[in-house]
Ligand binder design. Structure first.
Ligand SMILES: [Ca+2]
Ligand SMILES: [Ca+2]
Length: 334
């Protein structure tokens, strides 16, 4: 720090780290990110880079490498990202066995849901009930789970693109990076299931719920409720003998420990509101139709690997970049 040259080097490093942090979420958070959040970025990148070797399972490495290793310019990151092996696995052992039973026990009866005030429209009595794999949200039904392929399992997202399913305990259907071709494929997958992609307004309304909350579960960000980059830091420390007082649970700590991971659908039973859909915040991003966004779609809900989770998993955030884990869920009119 004694010379201008060193100061210049330091400044350069900070700028580069800022770019790396963008890569840590697989993209450039430029157009829709709040400028005020930019100050958080360099620390995240430093942690992500420095701890690359600490990822403790092959499954986690498969996903985390797609993020933390993408330290170069965007072209390089995109290459890495498309290389995500289809067998990328989540830690299926984390799925509480009771989750699937609980969620499938939820009554899908539209009249009962309408009667409990979940959507409250005056015309509710004329609306049809929703199929078992969807929940009512006003004048539409929305998938209970993130979309998955028919042949997806808890450890594989599958390969059958013929139609979208909405079911618990399987890895969601995702692409990385997001493309216009994927948008068309998602629309076709919903159509083959007798559904369609949700619109941005429909998705946001279902996310915010009756209380119009910023997060699906309420007004205050909670890392433990929906699967985000910060969810497993405390668990990682406990598993590795790090006392709670010494465990880094600050924002984006998942990069430090390499403990972020995609989960099978419905693994976080609290990640919902009175409507009963799951994972609308976090896990994989969700593509929705948009007339406001020039791309024709928006990218909503945040993801398991995305920095600045408190900001990006919110119900109103639209990711303006393509290098991310993009999934979807289907809607249909009632
Ligand atoms: Ca946790
Ligand atoms: Ca999601």
């Amino acid at each position: 720090m004694k010379t201008n040259g060193r100061n210049g080097t330091t400044a350069t490093v900070v700028i580069v780290l800022g770019l790396l942090a963008s890569a840590a979420c697989n993209g450039d958070p430029s157009t829709t990110d709040a400028a005020g959040d930019a100050g958080d970025v360099p620390d995240v990148a430093a942690e992500a880079d420095a701890t690359d070797g600490r990822i403790d399972t092959p499954a986690e490495e498969g996903i985390a490498d797609g993020e933390a290793d993408g330290g170069g310019p965007e072209e390089v990151i995109a290459e890495d990202a498309t290389d995500v092996p289809p067998e990328v696995e989540a830690d299926a052992t984390d799925v509480p066995p009771e989750v699937a039973e609980d969620v499938t026990d939820v009554p899908a009866d539209g009249e009962e849901d309408a009667a409990d005030g979940s959507d409250g429209g005056p015309e509710d009595s004329s609306l049809l009930p929703c199929p078992d794999d969807m929940v009512p949200s006003g004048a539409i039904c929305i998938d209970r789970y993130e979309a998955s392929r028919p042949d997806a399992t808890a450890t594989s997202p599958g390969a059958d693109d013929s139609r979208a399913t909405s079911r618990p305990g399987v890895l969601p259907w995702f692409v990385n990076p997001m493309t216009s071709a994927a948008f068309a494929a998602f629309e076709a997958a919903c159509a083959a299931a007798g559904k369609r992609l949700c619109s941005a307004d429909e998705w946001r309304a279902a996310c915010a719920g009756a209380s119009d909350a910023p997060y699906v579960y309420g007004a205050t960000f909670d890392r433990e409720v929906c699967n985000c980059v910060d969810t497993f830091c405390d668990d990682w420390c406990a598993d590795h003998g790090i006392p709670a007082g010494e465990c880094d649970t600050a924002a984006d700590c998942g990069y430090r420990y390499g403990c972020l991971r995609m989960l099978p659908t419905g693994s976080m039973p609290g990640c919902t509101n009175e409507l009963g859909h799951l994972d609308i915040n976090g896990n994989v991003w969700e593509i929705v139709r948009s007339t406001a966004d020039a791309r024709g779609f928006e990218i909503r809900g945040g993801a398991f690997n995305c920095a600045m989770a408190a900001y990006r998993v919110g119900c109103t955030f639209n990711a303006g970049w393509a290098d991310l884990y993009a999934g979807f869920r289907c809607c249909k009119d009632r």
